[in-house]
Design a protein around this ligand. Structure first.
Ligand code: NI
Length: 163
C-alpha cells in the first residue's frame, strides 16, 4: 500500500480504544512497513496505527536513529524522574505543548512475527513510546497540556532556527 493518510485531530477514530493485533501475517507486516514509511515521510518520531485509521495496537518509534516496530506494546517499567519537553503530533499540525514524560521506560512488545521482546527507551525514545502507546487508548498529547502553543509562538519564545 505504501504511504497512508494521517488522520487529523477531530477525527473520532483517534479517540477509540484499539484492539490487540492477533494476526502476524502479511497484512500486519504491510501495516508496519507502511507506518514506518509514512512516519519518515512526515518527519515524525513515532506513528500509531489509529493515526492511519487502523484500530489495532501497533506503533513505530524512532530510537537511536533506528525505527522500532512495537506490536501490542506495554510499558512495564518507568522511571520516577520525569522530563518536560514541547511535544507535537503528526495528527495535530502546528500544535505544541509542554508534556512531562518519564526519562526512561522499559517496553514489552511483539515484533511483526509475533515474538515478544523487551526494549529500554531513554529520553526522546521514552517520550515517543509513551506518546504512541497513549494513541492506542485514544489519548492525545493535547489532553495532557495546560495550554497549546503554535510553532510560531515557540519561535518567538525561543528564537527561530532560521534567524
Ligand atoms: Ni501523536
Amino acid at each position: 500500500m505504501g504511504l497512508r493518510n494521517i488522520l487529523i485531530n477531530g477525527d473520532e477514530q483517534l479517540r477509540k480504544h484499539c484492539r490487540p493485533v492477533t494476526d502476524f501475517g502479511p497484512k500486519t507486516a504491510e501495516l508496519m512497513t507502511d507506518l514506518a514509511e509514512t512516519m519518515v515521510k512526515a518527519n515524525g518520531l513515532g506513528l500509531a496505527a489509529p493515526q492511519v485509521g487502523i484500530l489495532r495496537r501497533a506503533v513505530v518509534i524512532v530510537r537511536e536513529d533506528e525505527i522500532v516496530e512495537l506490536i501490542n506494546p506495554e510499558i512495564i517499567e518507568r522511571s520516577k524522574e520525569e522530563v518536560g519537553a514541547y511535544e507535537g503530533c503528526l495528527s495535530c499540525p502546528d500544535m505544541r505543548g509542554l508534556v512531562m514524560r518519564p526519562r526512561h521506560v522499559r517496553v514489552k512488545a511483539q515484533d511483526r512475527n509475533g515474538n515478544w521482546f523487551e526494549l529500554d527507551c531513554e529520553e526522546m525514545a521514552a517520550r515517543a513510546a509513551c506518546h504512541e502507546i497513549d494513541h492506542l487508548d485514544g489519548k492525545l498529547f493535547i489532553d495532557l497540556v495546560d495550554r497549546i502553543y503554535t510553532d510560531e509562538e515557540l519561535d518567538e519564545m525561543f528564537g527561530s532556527e532560521e534567524d
